[in-house]
Every structure is written in C-alpha cells, then in structure tokens.
Design a protein around this ligand. Structure first.
Ligand code: UDP
Ligand code: MG
Length: 315
C-alpha cells in the first residue's frame, strides 16, 4: 500500500526541515511506500524555497504553493486532491501531531477503518480557551446535525474511499471538522497527549477562533433559523401575557404611569434580538452568495507535480 501525508504550511520556515526529518524517521521504520504532499498556503517567509529544496532532495515529495494565503481548509483540500495514496494522513507542520502515531494509525487502518482519528488532550492550552471550547461544542452538538467533538481536529488518517467522498463535496465554505463527520464511514478514535508547538507561532487569534465557531454553527443546516422562529414565538407569547396582565391590573387598580424602565428594557432587548436574527439570516444569504460565484477554492502559483490540480479545477 501507499501512504500520502498531506501537510498544510503557512509560515513554517522555522520548523519545516525538522518536521521533514522527524516524519521520515518515523516512516522509515514502517513497511509502507509513502509520499509527502506539502501545501504552501501563501507563506510570506522562506517556506517555499525550503519546500523546493526538499522536493529536489527527495523524489517522494510533492509541493504546491498558493498564490496567496487561502486558509488551512483550502490547503487541506489541495493536498487531498494531489495525494495519490491508498490512505492519506493530514498533519500539521509544527510537530504538534506526533509522527510516532502514524504507525498506530496504519495498524487501525489495516483493521478496516476508513477514518482513524487522533483526539488530542487540551494539555498545555490556556484554561479559558479549553473552557470556552467545551462550552462551544456542547452548544454546537445541540443545534447542529453533525457530531463535532472537542479535541478532534484534522489530524487523522483517511482511506481512499473517505478521501474520494470528501473530494466529492463541492461547497465553497469548507468547515472540514464537520465535513469529516458528515461523510461518516467506519470511524475509530484514539487519544493522544498534545505536544507544544516546536517553533514558529500559532496562526489562531481569538477573533479567528470566534469566526471559526460561527462557521461551525452555520455550515451544516438551517437549524439556527428555526431557533429564531422559536425565540420570536416565545417572545410574542410573553408579550401577549404581559399585555393581558397590564389590562387586568388597570381594570383592578386603575391606570398609573410607572413602567418606564420596563419599556426601555423591552425595546432594547427586542431590538438586540432582531439584530441577531437579521444577522443570522444575512449570514445564510452571504453563504449562498459565495456558493453561487463558484470560484475555485485556491489558486496554485507553483508546483512540482504535473498531477497537481489545474488552477481552475474548482467544483
Ligand atoms: N495553516 C495553514 N494556513 C493558515 C493557517 C494555518 O496552512 O492560514 C497551517 C499551519 O501551517 C499548520 C496548521 O495549519 O501546519 C495548523 O496551524 P496552527 O499550528 O497555527 O494552529 P494550531 O495548532 O494553533 O491550532
Ligand atoms: Mg499548531
């Protein structure tokens, strides 16, 4: 069998050579043929020259380089399209995904699993970040159809069947955590202890995490819109009850003037709620807008693989 490693790289100059050596050392001991598919996601540092020289040193190395930074999801997609193996492992370039686990993943693959997921502990994460993540996943799993699990990310092995299934999904907004879960297939999960980043720095800022979170909520169904309807119905019923109560009070005790604070609170509260609902609807319309443009997910500036997808190979 042949194994492909897909590695998205964005400004990973500091760690790339070490990554390559470590992975080769781990793979060397295993009885598999392998290839490495590096995707340079428009890095601004020396990542691309490094990839060029790696590809020159090793015949089993494919690289492609994007015309600008498109994000990790498009980079993974490009890697999956370029990979030719019977099984594919997606790995970060920063050695946070221990290459020693490849062997275990292959063993599980050979038992017949189509997705072998390595689930990380949140060891070493800031406590606030872990707590927020837990809260988020609980909310998502009540509102969204697909199951998302905390600590389960892109680090996984996919069989050819699973890769082809992923590649058959044409959407522009790719929230791959959800896509992985959506395609299903025979899935197995095991835990590993998260390592700290070897060098360089994380590309996640708090803002980008929040945006990622919203993507996760909205990428899979229209259930949040249903939530808006429920909230509207609930509020309307409350308003009716309140009106009845006021009328009753006026009949019993006569009309008095207080209630200013109540009024302001209701107006502000309802205004806020309406903004949220409008934003929600706007988000879905925005998504439709993006999908209808049918732009390719990424543009390739340079590659050493003739089998690499042509720039216009959009869905
Ligand atoms: N990455 C990418 N494009 C981006 C951001 C990140 O290809 O726009 C890659 C990055 O090079 C790394 C992986 O995605 O290989 C994970 O990124 P990072 O380590 O910053 O995320 P974290 O581990 O902190 O979640
Ligand atoms: Mg990382």
């Amino acid at each position: 069998m042949k194994l492909s490693l897909v590695v998205p790289c964005y400004n990973e100059e500091a760690v790339l050579s070490r990554f390559d050596e470590t992975v080769r050392a781990a793979l060397g001991g295993l009885a598999v043929e392998y290839e490495l598919c590096y995707v340079d996601d428009g890095s601004a540092d020396g990542t691309l020259p490094r990839l060029r020289s790696l590809a020159q040193q090793h015949h089993d190395t494919t690289y492609l380089s994007f015309s600008r930074n498109f994000g990790k999801e498009p980079a993974i997609l490009a890697g999956l399209r370029a990979a030719t193996g019977d099984a594919v492992i997606i790995m970060d370039a920063d050695l946070q995904h221990p290459p020693q686990l490849i062997e275990k993943m292959l063993d599980l693959y050979q038992l017949g699993h189509d997705q072998v997921i390595a689930k990380r502990s949140r060891h070493g994460d800031r406590r606030l970040r872990s707590a927020l993540s837990r809260l988020y996943y609980r909310a998502v799993n009540t509102w969204v159809d697909v199951e998302l699990t905390d600590g389960v990310g892109d680090f996984r092995l996919l069989s050819r069947k699973a890769v082809d299934a992923l590649l058959s999904l044409p959407e522009y907004n790719r929230f791959s955590k959800g896509l992985f879960s959506w395609i299903g297939f025979d899935t197995v999960t095991f835990d590993y202890r998260n390592a700290a980043r070897e060098a360089g720095e994380t590309k996640w800022r708090f803002g980008s995490l929040v945006n990622y979170g919203i993507d996760g909520m909205l990428s899979f169904n229209c259930r949040p819109l249903r939530l808006a309807i429920y909230a509207g119905l609930g509020l309307a019923s409350l308003a009716t009850l309140y009106t009845l109560w006021i009328i009753g009070a006026a009949v019993v005790g006569g009309v008095t003037a207080p209630g200013y604070v109540t009024l302001v609170a209701i107006i502000v509260g309802l205004g806020g709620l309406q903004m949220v609902m409008l934003g929600l609807i706007g988000e879905y319309i925005g998504r439709i807008y993006y999908e209808t443009k049918r732009r390719p997910h990424f543009l390739v500036k340079e590659s050493n693989a003739d089998r690499a997808p042509a720039p216009a190979a959009g869905p």
